[in-house]
Design a protein around this ligand. Sequence first.
Ligand SMILES: Cc1ncc(COP(=O)(O)O)c(C=O)c1O
Length: 453
Amino acid sequence: MTAASSKIEQLFRDRFSRSSELYERSKSLFPSGVTHDSRYLKPFPIFADEASGSRKTSVEGHSIVDYWMGHGAMLLGHSHPAVVEAVQQQVARSTHPGSCHQLELEWGERVQKFVPSAEMLRFTNSGTEATLMALRVARIVTGRNKVVKFAGHFHGWHDSLINSSAPPHEGDSQDPGVTDGVYEDIIIIPPNDPLALEAAIDEHEPACVIHEGNGARWGVAPTRPEFLQDVRRITSEKNTIFILDEVITGFRVHSGGFQSVCGVVPDMTTMAKVLAGGLPGGCLAGRADLMQVLAFDNPLGRKMKHPGTYNANPLSAAAGVAALDLVATGEPSRQANEAAAAVRAAVNQVFTEKSARMVAYGAFSAIKILADYDGPRPDGDDFVPFDGDWRQLDRSFDKAFGHAFRCALLLGGVDWMGWAGSTSLAHDSSDVEQTATAFAQAVDLLREDGFDV
Ligand SMILES: Cc1ncc(COP(=O)(O)O)c(C=O)c1O
């Protein structure tokens, strides 16, 4: 399929002509014209002008149902009034006093209260920084270097954990630029496999095991709650630190995170996204004896250095406090989960009606789309394709198909985050309806363009 003969591309260029112009400027500024890899889209990404509730408005003025939701951060929807007001008040008071301040206390106390494992914490600027800190704490406390991670689990982009954070999982997963030494310290094992975990700990005596919330990239290959309980049991028996990365699940699936859903208390937890109400921010929380390595004059005599100009900055703290107070009511998670279930059902109905080789699945407020799928149709909302076999779920798809799929959905007024979407408190039945219509149109357009859907 060439650009000239692609109906999707022609329609897309017509509908998003201003974005196309802006992208020309963007390409000479940013490699591939984007500031986050996931936003890369062919022939060009759309540019957003503003966002409110469940929708964003493109620079052309098109209202689009948003399933990126700030990469998962906007559980409350875009520009929630409580967050807007908190940030507006704070911006005039101080954005960076370079001192301790009361809002960081209020923010931290909420984390400590809601998250079972959070005896003490430190704020960071992102989820990446939080997992980086978690590994360093574990290494200082144990004096060991190795880290066990699960294939496909994403923990941010720093050297230690970027390996095997996305398919393909066949062959070597050493990412370019990661040194051999760093790579050799990371032991990658299959998810949901207690025997593999036991064997890896016995063989490598790691400092820690890190697990992503509910499984690879917000549940592409879902973690069975019993497996998380196994991880807790096995790591305790083998005296290994267990870090649960709740950067996306934290405050989204439950005010206490996925650990509260599973009844598991990890040794340390990483959080970000919803934590800071849509502004930059993250944290590492955990057992007081472990977090003590960040303290001056700690009993180990080995302090972990932790500077960071914007740690716990008042704007993120203000947004975070406002957001967490709403999260504590349980309503945001409940409504976002309900909306996602409705989208999964509506989209699957479209796929069934059109005999499309696709299926939607997912838990909580996540919706995953699996392409090249010829298996049975879902028989309920807890359906997981291929009985959860991670190798079948967590695989790569044809890139041209992926771009065309996203463009086709955008033509129907739906912005899908690659093969996945997240909902918010603000998504309602009219969004679901528009989404189903957009999927139906996308299937037709993709077929017209010659894709085997
Ligand atoms: C589970 C998980 N861990 C870590 C990160 C990295 O967080 P950040 O993008 O804030 O650096 C992400 C981001 O998507 C994530 O989903």
